[in-house]
Design a protein around this ligand. Structure first.
Ligand SMILES: [Zn+2]
Length: 251
């Protein structure tokens, strides 16, 4: 999303912003709108799952939630709960389920763990050693590692041959390195393909993702594992649907 948004947004000025969902904007809409008015977009970047608009004089953080979409110069829509009128063009935040968030410099950005594409294998293994608990909830914990969501955790664990309920602290250094390698491979491939479109996700240019076609476990419960043929299982881990191969993935 950032890759498609940055060239369209950088250098433009927010002339006027309107917010119409109290789920998406928790502070008073008029206060946030006044704060943004007249500010220029210096850069658009990503940190973990947040889209950050670096403005002259502060940062606006946008979390897409489950169904949030940032669209540039597209017609007004029923679920367009944030409208940024720019000096040239309009940015719309469309979010049918309203799980997205738009926040001015939220403290939770500073509390995010390292980026999976940046952390080294030694540091990753050391961080795992310090933690109690199972692997999957830890990988979803944004303070442990920033940016992984449910789909990519399931896919990475399958590719690394590690069970989602394995104990984080008991992972050997080679298995930890294999897991980090799998996470990187998955994220790099998914970003190159524009993400995973499960329902109606599109990037800022309106394109659907293509990585869902490469999912090996997510959404494939009962279907044969592409490595070994065993039926993919689905269980609940921390309230999240978790897909794995009972034969390939070891604790
Ligand atoms: Zn298998």
């Amino acid at each position: 999303v950032v890759r498609t948004l940055a060239p369209r947004l950088t250098g433009r000025t927010i002339v006027h912003a309107t917010f119409s969902s109290r789920h998406i904007v928790r502070e008073r809409a008029a206060v946030l709108a006044a704060r943004l008015s007249g500010r220029r977009v210096l850069a658009v970047r990503r940190r973990a799952k947040f889209v950050l608009l670096e403005l002259d004089g502060g940062t606006l953080a946008i979390h897409l939630g489950m169904t949030g979409k940032l669209r540039f110069d597209c017609p007004a829509s029923k679920h367009g709960y944030a409208v940024f009128e720019l000096n040239d063009g309009v940015l719309l935040f469309d979010d049918p389920r309203q799980f997205g968030k738009i926040e001015w410099e939220p403290p939770r950005i500073a509390a995010l763990g390292p980026e999976p594409l940046e952390i080294g294998p030694d540091e990753f293994a050391a961080r795992l050693k310090q933690r109690r608990g199972r692997l999957k909830p830890l990988l979803l914990n944004q303070a442990f590692l920033g940016g992984l969501g449910n789909i990519y955790v399931d896919e990475a664990l399958h590719r690394a041959g590690i069970h989602p309920l394995a104990r984080a602290a008991s992972l050997s250094a080679p298995r930890a390195a294999r897991l980090l390698g799998a996470i990187r491979e998955i994220l790099t491939a998914a970003i190159a393909l524009g993400g995973s479109t499960i329902s109606d996700y599109v990037d800022a240019a309106g394109r659907r993702g293509g990585f869902q076609l490469l999912h090996r476990v997510y959404g494939r419960a009962g279907e044969p594992c592409l490595n070994c043929g065993a039926a993919i299982r689905k269980i609940l881990v921390s309230q999240r649907g978790t897909h794995f191969c009972p034969r390939c993935q070891k604790r």
